[in-house]
Design a protein around this ligand. Structure first.
Ligand code: PNS
Length: 170
């Protein structure tokens, strides 16, 4: 039973951001049409092995969102998202949703998160048609086979990914 009304102008956008894609950038931009500040929270430990270290992922997010400086902040977090939200006295999480598959998973996550922290609410931000199939996983797969990913990722990230792959090969 909800005991009080939540309202927030600051929302948290958590993710692995391995790496941040243009889809993620769009979610931040859309969220800023509704909320006054977005905290991008980069997960230190994710359930997947990351290509980029936490420092690299933070730097990529920083470069990608440079022009939104006064409306965003960037943090990292370890452990449970629900605990991080409680520790920082924040109560609204935003997550981008591309399709019905995403929605199924995101709904599960949001229900679990609100069981773990009943002050926590999740707001889903739908993506646009031309960002529907962009994901960090696909971007990495294309890059691994030498494909051009420049239109899917923020400026300069394609070069970073290429370097990361060539370092792996050597
Ligand atoms: O970009 P992603 O990989 O979809 O982001 C997923 C993320 C990092 C938001 C999610 O895995 C997460 O919240 N991880 C922290 C651990 C946690 O709280 N898990 C939920 C309960 S199992």
């Amino acid at each position: 039973m909800l005991g009080f009304v939540l309202s927030a102008s600051v929302v948290v956008f958590p993710g692995s951001f391995d790496p941040m894609t243009m889809g993620h950038v769009l979610v931040v931009k859309r969220a800023l049409r509704i909320f006054s500040k977005v905290v991008v929270a980069v997960a230190i430990n994710t359930n997947k092995e990351t290509m980029f270290s936490i420092e690299e992922r933070l730097l990529i997010v920083h470069n990608a969102l440079k022009n939104m400086d006064n409306m965003i902040s960037i943090e990292s977090f370890g452990g449970l998202l629900s605990d991080y939200m409680r520790r920082n006295k924040r109560c609204v999480v935003i997550r981008g949703v591309r399709d019905a598959n995403d929605f199924g998973y995101e709904l599960q996550m949001s229900v679990i998160n609100s069981e773990l922290n009943d002050d926590l609410e999740t707001v889903f931000i739908p993506t646009s048609l031309n960002h529907q199939y962009i994901s960090s996983t696909f971007v990495k797969r294309i890059a691994a086979m030498g494909g051009d990913i420049s239109k899917f990722v923020p400026y300069g990230v394609d070069v970073k990914i290429k370097k990361a792959f060539s370092a792996k090969k050597n």
